[in-house]
Design a binder for this molecule. Structure first.
Ligand code: NAD
Length: 268
């Protein structure tokens, strides 16, 4: 432990269960001395597991649907009160596609589903940034991170409309990152994470093959949820103050690998 986040305050979205990337991040941020409010959609609260995480990390929980501006206003105002000052870090770790959930192929998208998934997975990041920005809720040199996947750049057929949502999400990080940088000296980045066995990850069709393939293609192997938590801690820390408006690959080298020997052997 390095005490990298001592004295820092923030909000962590998206801890559903102990496999969640946000769950591991909350644990690591706590170990590094950061204080935070945990939040998730009211429906996820009913599953109750987040209470264990809150107890373990001495955090309060404020439910918020990340697509609802009133919920976001309430969350951010109350978090600043509870934590005793403006925020230094925010993690957006949220994703959901109704088309994926219902196994509807990309070529047969139901657009009501598409819009819902886009609102939850992508537009919610703009809404969150806007509420933080307008309320002047971030301290200078604060850091906002959202999680994404490389299907925003390359096609993975069964990732479905989440690919489009992630492309939109990454664009918001660049666009809002400009204004947050200029006006508030705040960083906004996305981390493009390896396939990870979580509830959202395992919802993607063929996930078992997908994660094994990525592992065989990555010189360092897939990055785990804990690896992602560690990387996020570094982006919340003061050691990365000039990193902003970036989509940062955190994938064991997958994104730069054309082919690996393991994969060639399978075809030889
Ligand atoms: N698991 C992977 O393979 C992988 C890879 C790259 C990126 N990601 C991204 O990481 C992030 C976290 O996902 P995860 O893999 O930890 O899965 P997860 O299922 O544990 O987390 C997804 C979270 O989104 C929350 N959520 C859904 N709708 C919401 C709403 N309306 N308001 C607020 N919260 C809402 C869920 O309750 C859940 O906590 C997502 O953005 C996901 O796309 C995941």
């Amino acid at each position: 432990m390095y005490n990298l986040l001592k004295g820092k305050r923030g909000i962590i979205f998206g801890a559903l269960d102990e496999n969640s990337i946000a769950w591991k991040t909350a644990e690591r941020v706590h170990e590094e001395g950061g204080k935070f409010v945990l939040t998730n959609a009211p429906v996820a609260m009913r599953m109750g597991q987040i209470k264990n995480l809150a107890e373990k990390t001495g955090s309060e929980i404020i439910p918020a649907d990340a697509t609802n501006m009133d919920d976001l206003e309430n969350l951010i105002t109350k978090s600043v009160e509870i934590l005793g000052g403006k925020l230094d870090f925010v993690l957006h770790s949220i994703g959901m596609s109704v088309n994926v959930r219902k196994n509807i192929p990309y070529t047969e998208s139901n657009y009501a589903n598409t819009e819902k998934g886009w609102d939850v997975s992508a537009l919610s990041f703009h809404k969150l940034c806007q509420v933080l920005y307008k309320n002047d809720a971030m301290n200078e040199w604060g850091s906002i991170v959202a999680l994404t996947y490389m299907a925003a750049q390359r096609t993975f057929p069964d990732y479905n409309d989440m690919a489009d949502n992630k492309a939109y999400l990454e664009s918001i990080a660049r666009s809002f990152g400009y204004f947050f940088g200029k006006d508030k000296k705040v960083r906004v980045n996305t981390i493009s994470q390896s396939p990870t066995p979580t509830t959202a990850g395992q919802g993607v069709k063929g996930f078992g093959g997908f994660i094994a393939y990525a592992d065989a293609m990555s010189p360092l192997g897939n990055a785990t949820a804990l690896d992602c938590a560690n990387y996020t801690v570094s982006l919340f820390s003061d050691l990365t103050r000039k990193v902003t408006m970036q989509n940062l690959y955190h994938d064991g080298g997958f994104s730069s690998t054309g082919v690996s020997n393991e994969v060639i052997e399978r075809f030889s």
